[in-house]
Write a protein that binds this ligand. Structure first.
Ligand SMILES: Cc1ncc(COP(=O)(O)O)c(C=O)c1O
Length: 466
């Protein structure tokens, strides 16, 4: 008989992880913080060409890149003379299951099938569940998705409820949980009981799958405009979207500025039952974006392959109201009805394009499908049902969890930036909790410098101030 107490299951965590992925993370470890990241990525055994071939088999990749001519024109009308970059969007909604998450799930599904696992399991409330379920369906594998859907009153966030339906439609079993710490425990029990492959969002297989997105952007922009994009804007939650895309851009030798973007939900607590249904965005927001950027290893695998500060040049914040406004604009000007996550980076792209020169190019790196509970009109009525004021005005008046202000004009879509050094220092504080600064070696400093896209001298100086 297995001991299923919380403590006993947690104590078996490393063995369960090893069995459910066939990967031993201990072999990459250099210290309590440092590890050989590139070797971990390489040892997946998949080249970019392999990944593209595998994805083509399951309706993933080669998505269209559209020039948003009418939106670009509208932004130019709010810009200074000579300003107003061309805005392009990579239509990732065209992937099977409707988002870039199909890229992320595709290699895990292939690997699981190759190694003889009977099914896939993943803990995710987002598009990733639908992506895993859809890839599992095409590979003839079973699938279990664990989701945090409800608050303690049993009220489900409409977007997550919609994703439960999507997962079930693709044939997955969905375990619906309320907000709380039991998700990881439940995942471990499921993996142990079923012997399924752990299709965690944060494995190197997942991030390898996203690299093709960056490569395609570089190739498509070059083919059409005979030059590289100047900036690529990427919606950030757990950071895998940014990490994989940026790695793909680098592999294609494209040096575009990498801009992260999240919806500002400052002041709302993600683990809080009462705040759970006071937000209109279930991903791409700071409630995930900041903690994951500043400590990636808070996940369901020993080391996270999604390490966004390694690649990020800038981090833009936008408000919920601005994203809803730009969502309407995309629909009405460009005839594309798309979901909240991609439209978050589209919103930041409006601000960036306005500041950039006319002959420059900014790429919005993804779209996602929308409809039902994901639709912005459903989210706005849900906000009202939860006592949140929705009004039109200056988006500076947005208060997460209290007020959503929809801008009156496009020139009110302004966003703001986060202080990158503050994020980096916050990461170092977290690293110091895992491994005291006094014990940091040259190897630790080198790892931390790469993880933060700075030099070792910066790390040394910042750590002296901790
Ligand atoms: C469509 C879409 N875009 C962006 C993101 C953010 O990706 P990441 O969590 O890797 O930062 C998500 C994640 O839920 C998503 O579903």
């Amino acid at each position: 008989m297995r001991d299923l107490s919380y403590a006993a299951v947690m104590a078996r965590k490393n063995a369960i992880m090893k069995a459910s992925m066939g990967m031993d993370y201990d072999t990459f470890a250099l210290s309590p913080v440092a590890f050989d990241y590139e070797r971990m990525m390489r040892e997946t055994g998949y080249s970019l060409e392999d990944v593209a071939r595998i994805q083509a088999d399951t309706k993933v990749g080669n998505t269209p890149l559209f020039e948003l001519t009418r939106l670009t024109e509208a932004v130019r009308r709010t810009a200074a003379p000579g300003k107003g970059a061309t805005i392009l969007v990579k239509d990732e909604a065209a992937n099977a299951s409707g988002s870039f998450k199909a890229r992320r799930a595709s290699i895990s599904a292939y690997e699981a099938r190759k190694k003889g696992y009977k099914g896939l399991a993943a803990a995710t409330s987002g598009n990733y569940g639908a992506a895993v379920a859809s890839q599992a369906a095409m590979r003839g594998l079973k699938c279990i998705i664990l989701q945090e859907v409800f608050d303690s009153k049993g009220i489900g966030q409409p977007e997550i409820v919609e994703k439960s339906r999507a997962c079930e439609a693709y044939g997955a079993e969905v375990q619906r949980l309320s907000v709380g710490p039991e998700l990881f425990y439940q995942l471990l029990m499921t993996l142990e009981e079923t012997g399924f492959f752990n299709a965690s969002l944060y494995t190197p297989f997942g991030i390898k799958g996203v690299e093709t997105l960056g490569v395609e952007i570089a190739q498509q922009v070059r083919a059409r405009y005979r030059k590289d994009p100047d900036a690529v804007v990427i919606t950030h939650a757990g950071g895998g979207n940014l990490t994989g895309t940026a790695r793909g851009l680098l592999a294609a030798d494209c040096k575009a500025r990498i801009v992260a973007c999240s919806v500002d939900l400052g002041g709302l607590h993600m683990a809080s039952d009462s705040d759970f249904n006071r937000k209109s965005f279930t991903t791409g927001h700071t409630g995930f974006g900041v903690p994951f950027a500043t400590w990636p290893d808070r996940v369901d695998v020993p080391r996270n392959a999604a390490r966004s500060l390694r690649y990020m040049d800038e981090y833009q914040l936008v408000t919920q109201g601005e994203v809803f406004y730009v969502t309407e604009l995309l629909t009405k000007l460009e005839g594309l009805e798309r979901g909240p996550a991609g439209n978050t980076s589209l919103t930041a792209a409006v601000t960036l394009a306005r500041q950039m020169d006319r002959d420059q190019i900014v790429v919005v790196q993804e779209t996602e499908y929308t409809g039902a509970g994901k639709h912005h009109n459903r989210q706005l009525s849900f906000a009202r049902e939860n006592g949140i004021e929705v009004r039109v005005g200056d988006p500076a008046g947005n208060v997460p969890g209290k007020t959503i202000v929809l801008p009156e004009h496009l020139d009110q879509v302004r966003g703001r930036v986060q202080d990158m050094d503050k994020l980096r220092r916050s990461y170092l504080k977290n690293a110091a909790k895992a491994h005291p600064v006094a014990a940091w070696t040259e190897a630790d400093l080198a790892f931390l410098a790469s993880d933060l896209k700075v030099d070792a001298a910066w790390v040394q100086q910042a750590s002296a101030e901790l």
